[in-house]
Ligand binder design. Structure first.
Ligand SMILES: NC(=O)c1ccc[n+]([C@@H]2O[C@H](COP(=O)([O-])OP(=O)(O)OC[C@H]3O[C@@H](n4cnc5c(N)ncnc54)[C@H](O)[C@@H]3O)[C@@H](O)[C@H]2O)c1
Length: 281
């Protein structure tokens, strides 16, 4: 008996890296998995079938159920085709993991429109393009569902040279918090993860060779299995940090603040400056 017997999952960008581990882990718990991957390079250039085919084959060889899919998450047609691929192969979708991603790092001074648009398209618009048809399908089916999207500390805490990627990743966290409220009525849970792992995306940034083991991408996936399963039936609207064996919650907090009551609540800039330590406390 697996935790996800009878469930169907879509994992975008699961032809390699963290997504591949998600697909293997979900399948090992009994889920049928649509292995989506455009099959391009780290910067999003190129495409091919080999990556998705290989992971789907790996799952089948281990006795699981999988089908490959090569559509692009960054277009509305691609998102629709990804849902259709899962429906054609398995008849329904219970779990969506938005994981596909690319990198085009540059300092903001060199961040031209093409670098900005490419990264926003795959991460932020891609999350919209795949989630919308799947969300509508889940609502229509009326059996709930679990949607897990991939944010990043780069957006939630900030990272030098990643204004495009950070904007997209913080957007995904905001998207998650809003959609979670809309999903509640239909039992559709919506959560996000901010992972850290040694993959082709980060190998040159992480450097130290031992990190290949200590920050291995398979360390991320148990959280995905948990969030996909009924073990997390009360968990929604939450963003988790996960990596290297550590799991924690990433919170957007509002400080206690200071309320001015005289003058109808109208602050002067000088008053704000004087009370800034209390406002930020
Ligand atoms: N590795 C980390 O430390 C880290 C940190 C924070 C966030 N993330 C996020 O985790 C996710 C997985 O990253 P990874 O480290 O495994 O990198 P990766 O490059 O190994 O995996 C990303 C996958 O997405 C696929 N992909 C790219 N564009 C696509 C598109 N348009 N349509 C379909 N598939 C597409 C790629 O082919 C690739 O297989 C990404 O969203 C990434 O931003 C990773």
């Amino acid at each position: 008996m697996g935790l996800l017997d009878g469930k169907v999952a879509i994992v975008t960008g699961s032809g390699g890296g963290i997504g591949r581990e998600h697909a293997l882990a979900l399948a090992a718990e009994g889920a049928s998995v649509l292995v989506n991957d455009l099959g391009g390079a780290r910067d999003g250039s190129g495409e091919g079938h080999a990556m998705a085919d290989q992971v789907a084959e790996e799952i089948r060889a281990a006795g699981g159920e999988a089908a490959p899919n090569y559509d692009n998450v960054a277009t509305v047609e691609g998102g629709q085709a990804i849902l259709q691929g899962a429906l054609d192969a398995f008849g329904k979708v219970d779990i969506l993991v938005n994981n596909a991603g690319i990198l085009r790092d540059k300092t903001f001074a060199k961040m031209d429109e093409a670098l900005w648009d490419a990264v926003i398209a795959v991460h932020l618009k891609g999350t919209y393009c795949v989630t919308r048809p799947v969300f509508l399908h889940m609502k229509e089916r009326g059996e709930g569902g679990s949607i897990i999207s991939t944010s990043s500390t780069s957006g939630l805490e900030g990272n030098f040279g990643q204004s495009n990627y950070g904007a997209a990743k913080a957007g995904i966290a905001g998207f998650t918090r809003c959609l979670a409220l809309e999903g509640q009525k239909g039992g559709i849970r919506v959560n996000a993860i901010a992972p850290v792992a040694f993959t082709r995306m980060t190998s040159d940034l992480m450097g130290a060779p031992e990190m290949e083991k200590t920050m291995a991408p398979n360390l991320i996936s148990p959280l995905i299995v948990f969030l996909a399963s009924d073990l997390s039936k009360d968990v929604t609207k939450t963003t988790f940090f996960v990596g290297g064996g550590k799991i924690s919650e990433m919170r957007m907090t509002r400080t206690e603040g200071v309320t001015k009551t005289d003058e109808g609540g109208l602050w002067t800039p000088e008053e704000i400056a004087a009370r800034l330590p209390e406002i930020l406390a």
